[in-house]
Design a protein around this ligand. Structure first.
Ligand code: ADP
Length: 187
C-alpha cells in the first residue's frame, strides 16, 4: 500500500497530476475540495454548514474537515492506496491524517509538494480568467484562497520535512515532465 499527499497552491496543477497518478497507480482519490463541492451541490446538512465558508474562499474548520475525511477513509477499506488532494491544509489535519493511517497500520509514504511561486499561480490564474471570463466576485474568493494557502497551509510543509517525507517537485514546465518528476520520487 502506498499513500501519497499531493500538495500545492491553487493553480499549481494538483488536479491534472492527480488524474495521471490515479491512472498509473490505481489510487483511491480523496479530494476534500471535490467532497465539499458534492455536499454543497446536493444541499446536505454538511453542505449547508460549509457553503458560506467555501464561498468566501476561507478554509473550512478542522473538526468538520477531519470528520468528513475520516468518513471517506472508512468507506474505502479495500483501497490499495490513497491519494490525498487538498488535504491536509493545516498541521492539525496532518496530525489527524497520520493518526488515521496508523490506526490502519499504514502511513503517509510520500508528500509531493508542487513548487510554484505565489506570483506564478497568480499569473496562471489571471490568464485562465481572461480565457474563461469569470465573474468579478470570483476574484476576491480566489485571492482569499491563494492567501489562505500562503499564510496557513504552507505551514504543513515543515511538519512533513521534519519527518523526512517531503519531496519538493518543480511545478513549472510541461505536464508530462512534471509527472515524470513526481513518479521519480515514488519507488
Ligand atoms: P483549490 O482549487 O483552491 O485548491 P479545493 O478545490 O481543494 O481548492 O477546495 C475548495 C474549497 O474547499 C477551499 O477553498 C476550502 O474552503 C474548502 N476546503 C477544501 N479542502 C479543505 C481542507 N483540507 N481544509 C479546509 N477547507 C478545505
Amino acid at each position: 500500500m502506498i499513500n501519497l499527499v499531493i500538495f500545492g497552491p491553487p493553480g499549481a496543477g494538483k488536479g491534472t497530476q492527480s488524474e495521471k497518478l490515479i491512472q498509473k497507480y490505481g489510487f483511491v482519490h480523496i479530494s476534500t475540495g471535490d467532497l465539499f463541492r458534492w455536499h454543497t451541490k446536493n444541499d446536505t446538512p454538511l453542505g449547508k454548514r460549509v457553503k458560506e465558508i467555501m464561498n468566501s474562499g476561507a478554509l473550512v474548520p478542522d473538526d468538520i474537515t477531519i470528520a468528513m475525511l475520516k468518513e471517506e477513509l472508512d468507506k474505502n477499506p479495500q483501497a490499495k492506496g490513497f491519494l490525498f488532494d487538498g488535504f491536509p491544509r493545516t498541521v492539525a489535519q496532518a496530525e489527524a491524517l497520520d493518526r488515521f493511517m496508523k490506526e490502519n497500520n499504514t502511513a503517509i509514504h510520500y508528500v509531493v509538494a508542487l513548487d510554484v511561486s505565489e506570483k506564478e499561480v497568480r499569473d496562471r490564474i489571471a490568464k485562465r480568467r481572461t480565457i474563461e471570463n469569470r465573474a468579478d466576485d470570483e476574484e476576491d474568493k480566489l485571492n482569499k484562497r491563494i492567501t489562505e494557502y500562503f499564510t496557513k497551509t504552507i505551514h504543513v510543509l515543515p511538519y512533513y520535512e521534519k519527518a523526512g517525507r517531503l519531496n519538493t517537485v518543480n511545478g513549472i514546465g510541461p505536464i508530462d515532465e512534471i509527472f515524470a518528476r513526481i513518479t521519480s520520487v515514488i519507488k
